[in-house]
Design a protein around this ligand. Sequence first.
Ligand code: PHE
Length: 344
Amino acid sequence: MKEDLKRILAEAKERILTTKSLPDLQNLKSSFLGKKSELSQLMMKLRELTPEERPAFGKAINDAKGVLDTLITKMYSRLKDAEINRQNKDMSVDLTMPGRSLNKGSLHPLTLVWREIEDVFISLGFEIAEGTDIEDEFHNFDALNTPQDHPSRNLADTFYVENKQLLRTHTSPVQIRTMETHEPPIRIIAPGRAYRNDKIDATHSPVFHQVEALYVDENVTFADLKDTLNQFVVKMFGPGTKSRIRPHFFPFTEPSAEIDISCVGCGGSGCRICKDSGWIEMGGAGMVDPNVFEKVGIDSEKYTGFAFGLGMDRIAMLKYNIKDIRVLFENDLRVLKQFRNENR
Ligand code: PHE
């Protein structure tokens, strides 16, 4: 029996050490250590030995089992490591391969001018303020000194939501919200969407974009307004661009003006873009009406301020030579892709 044990152990060692795969190892484990293995059968034969011989031989069998078990465990981790190495090798990255090129997107022309406008005003010391597209009548009209019977309040002009809520018809309510919550000096711009019940055509869209500017402090004058506008148009459209103001009326500013810039197409000599006038209309402006200051609790004896609102769609169209405002809303990829190189 001792001979048997020796032989079994030698054979098992040999076969375990030469296994090539994990499933083979698993099979060897059950054939050498399982219930039907030769070692287990030897255990059964212990009965045939004398009581004196039994313990020593029992121990010898158990030792042999222990030796095989350790060997199998070692072999298992060796094979496992080899397998992982093989997998890693299969999946390994070839760093010399050329990269896959990404399909780079482009920013919308409106986003481009929006960002540029913000940069220009930040460089002039303004901060960015935000409002909400859904407003109430107070902030959109009442606080802006708009009379109850003003035509802009009509259903035909303004989209009402419910409970006297509406889609803001301009970005001017952001002036009110800023002045309600901040003490002068205030120097903000508020770019964003505005909505009017307009018929769609090449220059009108029921949703459009404005940028509002507001500067409130002691001794702010009309000259500050003109200078700020001039600086803005030069930075936005290049040196030589001029701005001018014409008398106008807005309920929330006094005096009020409309803003023109010299035509970006012809520089002022007259062309199709400016309908031969040399000027292009850009928006409205004026000195904040004292009635507005009163509505938001700012002392109109101490403070003055200017405000203006410019059409951002108009700015984008001029800057990128877009003839029809609908182009900005249709999102035709063939158009948008042309702005790829403009992206910052
Ligand atoms: N809110 C005016 C409009 O939408 C523009 C404007 C803004 C005029 C600020 C004066 C001052 O037409």
